[in-house]
Design a protein around this ligand. Structure first.
Ligand code: DOR
Length: 425
């Protein structure tokens, strides 16, 4: 019988409103006890003095690239990067090759995870076949195969009728429709935010309106159908306002924010070039401030990474040609601590909720809690550790980040998944 005793940590489990200093015992892959002091025999004892003990973190938005783009990332490398970043569960998007638009591809991903995954992986199926924006996938079959939600992430479903139909199915079968919001007719060829900076750099820009219009449309369609809309990677002040408005009206809408969107502005393009190019783009300080406000007042429910690996040669093609996206698995926790917790924007419990019980609830997965009897997924974080991001040390196959060399305070130290200590953190 395996018994892991975590001693004297600050145990924070927002799902159960726990914030206490004490011991946590894991027995046979399950959370067994939380108490001030537990006296028992253990096969492993971990001294967590000065550390935070949380439910295993969930990243509800990553791109693992397998099948099809294994030169950027694989399930093995991407989940190792996630584990190194303190995550025990990730949700992988459908824009693989072949696209995750059939039960076969969902099963392919799940079997590869069973063989080589360093975290739990919950796959997302696509909304439209081959991400073509034209015909809906077989939604019940995808859900039956294990998809936790549907998304054409990377692209917007431009046909409002199709969006209405998939949201109606969401109301019927109870799953989140995770939407990428970009009115492609308004920002064709755009490589950054439209504004002073894009004009100065003479690069094509995407207006905030391109995002806001789709967010507004989809909230209205969620209201019409009763479906669950989840807005991916919110980047504009307008979107924050619209999601807030939707929630006030009682629409079933949730949303997520990414560390890069609450940390950087479009000025980062000047220094980091293609390593600061992503969809939706980095915006202005007004948008950053609005996103932080939205995170604080729970308009933006979850924090996720949009870990989007691309190879060096792809990012070397210049701003116009390089694919959008940055890696983010290993910089998420330190950015949340450094930018939101240590600055007093969020309490520890509020921040941890956004990476544990909140995404678990959105996705309806049985993770993200330290409830007695729950599967033992646990993350240990040192809030005082100061370290410098060194992208050369990442288990990811890709290196595309603007945060290389940043000194940040607050780092994950260890993850335990299914009661087993993960060696990658
Ligand atoms: O920047 C992005 N990259 N945004 C997306 O929505 C897709 C992602 C990718 O797949 O590279």
């Amino acid at each position: 019988m395996s018994r892991i005793l975590i001693r004297n940590g600050r145990i924070i489990d927002p799902a159960n409103q726990i914030d206490t200093t004490g011991d946590l015992l894991i027995c046979d892959e399950k959370i067994d006890r939380i108490d001030n002091q537990i006296e028992t025999e253990a096969s492993q004892t971990i001294d967590a003095t000065g550390l935070i003990v949380t439910p295993g973190l969930i990243d509800m938005h990553v791109h693992l690239r397998e099948p099809g783009f294994e030169h950027k990332e694989t399930i093995a490398s991407g989940t190792r990067a996630a584990a190194a970043g303190g995550f025990t569960s990730v949700v992988c998007m459908a824009n693989t090759d072949p696209v995750a638009d059939s039960p076969d591809v969902i099963e392919l991903i799940r079997s590869q995870v069973r063989k080589d995954g360093a975290t739990n992986v919950f796959p997302v199926g696509s909304i439209t076949k081959n991400l073509d924006g034209e015909g809906l996938t077989d939604v019940p079959a995808l859900l039956k195969a294990g998809a936790v939600g549907l998304s054409d992430d990377g692209k917007t479903v431009m046909d409002a009728g199709l969006m209405r139909d998939v949201l109606a199915l969401s109301a019927k079968y109870n799953f989140p429709v995770m939407v990428h919001c970009q009115e492609h007719n308004l920002d064709e060829g755009a490589v950054m935010n439209l504004g002073e900076m894009s004009r100065r750099l003479n690069l094509p820009g995407s207006p905030n309106a391109a995002e806001d219009i789709i967010v507004a449309r989809d909230i209205m369609l969620a209201e019409l159908t009763g479906g669950h809309l989840h807005v991916l990677h919110v980047s504009t002040a307008g979107s924050v306002d619209l999601v807030r408005w939707g929630k006030r009206r009682g629409v079933n809408v949730t949303a997520e924010a990414m560390p890069h969107h609450f940390t950087l502005t479009d000025a980062a393009i000047e220094e980091h070039g293609t390593n600061a190019k992503m969809h939706p783009p980095l915006r202005t300080q007004t948008d950053v401030d609005a996103i932080i406000e939205g995170i604080k007042d729970r308009t933006l429910d979850a924090i996720a990474t949009d870990h989007a690996p691309h190879a060096l040669f792809e990012k070397a093609q210049g701003m116009l040609e390089a694919p959008p996206g940055i890696i983010g698995s290993e910089t998420c926790v330190p950015l949340v601590f450094d930018r939101l917790i240590h600055t007093g924007q969020l309490t520890l419990s509020e921040a941890i909720a956004k990476m544990t019980c909140v995404p678990a609830k959105i996705l309806q997965i049985d993770r993200g809690t330290l409830s007695i009897g729950a599967v033992a997924d646990v993350t240990l974080i040192d809030p005082e550790k100061i370290a410098t991001v060194d992208v050369t040390q990442s288990p990811s196959k890709s290196r595309n980040t603007p945060f290389d060399g940043w000194e940040l305070k607050g780092w994950p130290l260890m993850t335990i998944r299914d009661g087993v200590i993960n060696q990658w953190c």
